[in-house]
Design a protein around this ligand. Structure first.
Ligand SMILES: [Ca+2]
Ligand SMILES: [Ca+2]
Ligand SMILES: [Ca+2]
Ligand SMILES: [Ca+2]
Length: 185
């Protein structure tokens, strides 16, 4: 980040003081519950970006690729142990005990798409697929996202729970990231 030449030290300090926690999109009102979340979230285009074959649904392979792109926070198409641990704790809870070294079959220090795919855990895909047809509609997807972020299941995304969305609304070109990851199996 470059700061303007005339920015005062106070202004710089204020900028740096912005908390690292995730921000939802502009205008998000957490008091609108799931319905407010759903309409705003769908407009963000994540489902479309993950839907690589553009058939309006996410199949399990598309979901796996989208998740890979999400966990790969620095977008270098490698999932390091730090990225893996952060992703696993977010999605599976702090006591998730997956062993990164076992997953990193080639011992490169990161997971590539093959290693990700060969250790793919379909628990989330299956539980989000409400009608069990093997595809996630935009509504099933946003419902799954909402319920996963709403850790205490009170139908309210608190400021703390917003931390789950770290990196989601930073203006990145998700479609390009997902395309770069490609198939994970
Ligand atoms: Ca699709
Ligand atoms: Ca990475
Ligand atoms: Ca479905
Ligand atoms: Ca909550």
């Amino acid at each position: 980040m470059t700061f303007g030449k005339f920015m005062t030290a106070t202004a710089v300090a204020a900028l740096l003081a912005v908390p690292a926690s995730a921000q939802m999109w502009d205008g998000y009102d957490r008091n609108t519950g799931y319905d407010g979340f759903n309409s705003g979230f769908n407009e963000m285009g994540y489902h479309d970006a993950w839907d690589r074959d553009a058939d309006g649904m996410l199949n399990e392979r598309e979901f796996s690729t989208g998740l890979y792109a999400d966990w790969d926070t620095d977008n270098d198409v490698r999932i390091t142990e730090v990225e893996y641990t952060r992703g696993a704790e977010r999605w599976y809870g702090a006591d998730y005990d997956g062993d990164f070294d076992l997953l990193d079959e080639e011992g490169t220090g990161y997971l590539d798409q093959n290693e990700w795919g060969s250790n793919w855990n379909n628990e989330y895909f299956t539980s989000w697929d409400g009608d069990n047809d093997g595809f996630l509609t935009a509504d099933e997807y946003s419902t799954g996202v909402y319920n996963t972020a709403d850790l205490d299941r009170d139908q309210y995304i608190s400021i703390e729970e917003e931390g789950w969305f770290e990196g989601w609304f930073d203006g990145d070109d998700i479609e390009a990231e997902v395309r770069e990851v490609g198939d994970t199996w």
